[in-house]
Design a protein around this ligand. Structure first.
Ligand code: FAD
Length: 505
């Protein structure tokens, strides 16, 4: 495969993916040895939603050396301790998927097995009492883990809700300061080497040609380079994840921001509510086989808890993944590489994953097919494991009150997921591979949260004497109560550390 030695990198697209790539590459590789050009078109614009993240974004921030308080201030961000699910298991039911640990693992097994033993012996079935993040979120409190924390105290895991457009602008300033060249213009044609098929340049509407050795496709759903030029193909997963539209609109803030993303199941999908410092983001993610776009937009508008700040905007997508995210000298990141719907806030995370794999496998003397194959294999595994986790939310519902939920409850699921669900039902266990984003604690939160009580638990959980178990559980619970009591409210924490200039006082 080979192609030229890479010196000139061209990023096509300046949405979240494009600017994340530009920021990370300029920081890690610099712009002396490599030139980095980003092309974007204000005429086309960005998706502009994508407001909720997961804790691993802190790693991205720390690689960039970003000051977190500045970043929160400039993106109107709030803190996120997990997701609240309403009406997913059944109408009127709610549960949380908090970040971080539940209880304390011991004896080589997950804490959930000890807890299951306790519940089966008549203990309190509220698993959230063993999560500091859940208790803090429910109390509307937040604080970062103090640097001088005792060694045995787990850290508080958190992520952010932010304004996606401000995030892009923030990263743009960061990248341009480090030498990334931004080119405004619309790519209208792509040139390829006639022998190898490698991309050699893109041409803009005004005739300018931008040449490059390596192209990063961040052009969004269309996949201008990876699909329209290189025909990578797309695995359509909508038989398992049927939602294919979102109506999105902001509304005025009506209360202090909660440190949770709220997801409420609706007749043909679900609705997000994300509180930022200055406004609330809302969206109805739905399947147009079950509800029309106009009706979904109207229902979303009626269900806002504050005054609408814009008209609803309809976004269309097909859940799935590009068959190959890296083809020849083109690598796709963000929506051009795949989209699994926003239920668990994993898209920005997958951009981060793609960037870190690219950096780890960056070609030295031209493109190495072994690296390309490895990259594509790893991305596929990551996408597929997140896919299964998201499908599980729909599949284990008890709801059949609308055609959409009846479809979800009765659909067949990938074998990989079917096996997991069976094992969880029989002994409360989920085996995860090292590379998987969602671990046993996350699966437990969702499956138990949604109403599955496993028949049994791991035999090792019986090894601890009953009194000892009781003592351990009440110590964990007590520690969490104390810890949360010592936290300021989420709003207080923001005001003291990172209030944005546009947030209401
Ligand atoms: C409804 C919805 C909700 C979401 N919520 C979340 C969430 O909560 N959390 C999360 O992590 N992710 C979420 N996402 C995903 C997230 O928005 C995207 O992963 C992220 O914004 C990356 O988008 P992108 O940069 O790949 O694409 P885009 O934002 O579409 O950017 C594409 C860029 O390519 C440029 N471009 C396109 N064609 C051309 C051309 N011909 N010439 C020049 N430039 C061109 C555009 O101008 C733009 O700059 C959500 C997505 C949707 C649809």
């Amino acid at each position: 495969m080979a192609g030229p030695v890479i010196r000139n990198i061209v990023i096509v697209g300046g949405g979240t993916a494009g600017w994340m790539a530009a920021a990370a590459l300029s920081k890690v590789m610099g712009t002396q040895r490599y030139s980095i050009t980003l092309i974007e078109s204000d005429m086309i614009g960005t998706v502009g939603v994508g407001e909720a993240t997961i804790p691993i974004i802190q790693l991205f921030n720390s690689v960039l050396g970003i000051d977190e308080n500045e970043f929160v201030r400039e993106t109107n961000a709030t803190f996120k301790l997990g997701i609240e699910f309403r009406d997913w298991g059944r109408i009127g039911h709610r549960y949380l998927h908090p970040f971080g640990l539940m209880g304390v693992d011991a004896g080589g097994i997950n804490f959930s097995h000890y807890w299951l033993r306790w519940v089966k012996a008549g203990g309190d079935p509220d698993n959230l009492k063993f999560s500091a993040e859940a208790q803090a979120a429910l109390a509307g409190r937040f604080m970062r883990t103090p640097e001088a924390k005792p060694a045995n105290l787990p850290k508080i895991n958190y992520a952010f809700h932010f304004d996606a457009s401000l995030y892009g602008a923030y990263l743009r300033r960061y990248a341009e300061k480090r030498g990334v060249v931004r080119t405004e213009g619309q790519v209208t044609s792509v040139a390829q080497d006639p022998q190898s098929g490698f991309i050699t340049s893109v041409t803009l509407k005004d005739g300018r040609e931008v040449r490059g050795d390596f192209f990063i496709d961040c052009s969004g759903f269309r996949g201008l380079l990876i699909e329209e030029t290189l025909h990578a193909g797309y695995d359509d997963w909508s038989r398992w994840l049927p939602v294919n539209r979102a109506a999105a609109m902001p509304c005025a803030r009506v209360e202090e921001p909660v440190p949770l993303t709220r997801s409420t199941a609706r007749e043909a999908g679900w609705q997000w509510r994300i509180a930022l410092q200055n406004r609330t983001g809302n969206g109805y993610v739905f399947c147009n086989d079950f509800i029309g776009e106009d009706e979904a937009a109207t229902l979303l508008t009626q269900r806002l808890d504050g005054a609408a700040l814009a008209d609803p905007r309809i976004l269309k997508f097909v859940t799935g993944q590009r068959k190959a995210s890296w083809v020849k000298n083109c690598l796709a990141l963000g929506l051009s590489s795949g989209f699994l719907e926003p239920l668990e806030s994993t898209s920005i995370h997958m951009v981060q994953v793609g960037i870190s794999k690219l950096l780890a496998m960056f070609p030295k003397n031209g493109v190495d097919p072994l690296m390309v194959a490895r990259f594509n294999r790893e991305m596929s595994q990551d996408y597929a494991s997140i896919r299964d986790f998201i499908i599980a939310h729909y599949k284990v519902t008890e709801r059949e009150d609308t055609p959409f939920w009846a479809y979800c409850k009765n659909m067949s699921v990938p074998d990989s997921l079917a096996d997991r669900l069976e094992l969880f039902k029989s002994r409360g266990e989920v085996f995860v591979e090292n590379h998987e984003l969602f671990k046993e604690v996350n699966w437990f939160a969702i499956l138990y949260g949604q109403g599955i009580m496993p028949d049994d638990y791991h035999p090792m959980a019986d090894v601890v004497a009953e009194d000892e178990l009781k003592l351990r559980l009440s110590a964990i619970r007590g520690g969490i109560v104390e810890r949360v009591r010592g936290m300021p409210t989420h709003q207080d924490f923001i005001e003291r550390n990172c209030a944005s200039a546009t947030a209401p006082a």
